[in-house]
Design a protein around this ligand. Structure first.
Ligand SMILES: *Cc1c(COP(=O)(O)O)cnc(C)c1O
Length: 249
């Protein structure tokens, strides 16, 4: 009837304000400055019109999981000062559809993908910032290199002059027990620290991309420099995440 309607844009703004508070509180608790944690909005299934509300609220960093969605939304926000990262499973035949639109790829998890990226980037005369995705929960259904194979992959990827390794990415274990996610994030940080000690040329290892709507505080406590958040800003998605996270889709 005559109930006051909260507009979708206003809700997104409120959600962002609340999310920024969560990030600040977690930073305060772990003695970190909030500027050391970048917020990346995970925008899968969210239409460009709704992203506009986040842009208007001051958000600048967006992440897509699929080449197709990236290609549809990026032009709709081409006038906005936003940056896109690719955070989903990347098939080698989609590399050419992703490279033109993004400044970082979080999901380099195998040598064949690094090879395909290098081939295309060389052709285009470009370089790309990348993160190595590690399957820290060791669930077979999840993407990412196995933790014990990560150092080897980092060395292999570092050998490609077009790929600049900036750090690591992981999806924490989704579990009722927060200790499970913490174990994942801690493992990622340990792999990062060990890789940093190798002092590979061209490898920075500054970034830890970890933490989502449900576990970002834990990730920040364990050293996250990029948190990737969707649901807490845009609401529940229609598709289950397995549509984006599993092999064969
Ligand atoms: C969807 C997604 C996120 C965000 O998850 P939420 O729980 O919605 O915050 C983060 N990282 C990746 C790789 C994703 O696919």
């Amino acid at each position: 009837m005559n109930e006051p309607m909260i507009s979708d844009a206003a809700r997104i703004r409120d959600n962002l304000r609340h999310l920024r508070e969560r990030i600040e509180t977690a930073c305060a608790r772990s003695g970190r400055r909030p500027e050391t944690v970048k917020l990346l909005l995970a925008t899968k299934t969210v239409p460009a019109e709704r992203l506009r509300a986040a842009v208007d609220a001051g958000e600048r960093l967006f992440g897509e999981n699929k080449a197709q969605e990236l290609r549809e939304k990026q032009p709709a926000l081409a006038d906005a000062p936003v940056e896109w990262h690719f955070i989903g499973h990347l098939q080698t035949n989609k590399v050419k559809d992703v490279i033109p639109y993004v400044t970082m790829i979080h999901s380099v998890d195998r040598l064949s993908l690094a090879e395909a990226l290098h081939k295309r980037l060389s052709r285009d005369g470009k370089a790309m910032d990348v993160l190595i995705q590690v399957n820290t929960s060791e669930e077979p259904s999840k993407f990412g290199v196995r933790p014990e194979e990560a150092p080897m992959l980092i060395e292999q990827v570092a050998a490609f002059p077009t790929l600049r390794i900036k750090g690591l990415m992981t999806i924490g274990k989704l579990s009722a027990d927060p200790k499970d996610a913490r174990r994942c994030f801690r493992l990622l940080r340990e792999i990062r620290d060990r890789a940093r000690d190798l002092r590979l040329p061209g490898v920075e290892m500054a970034e830890l991309s970890m933490g989502m709507s449900g576990d970002l505080e834990i990730a920040i406590e364990e050293g996250a420099t990029i948190v990737r958040v969707g649901t807490a800003v845009f609401g529940e998605r229609k598709y289950p995440d397995s549509y984006y996270w599993r092999e064969g889709k």
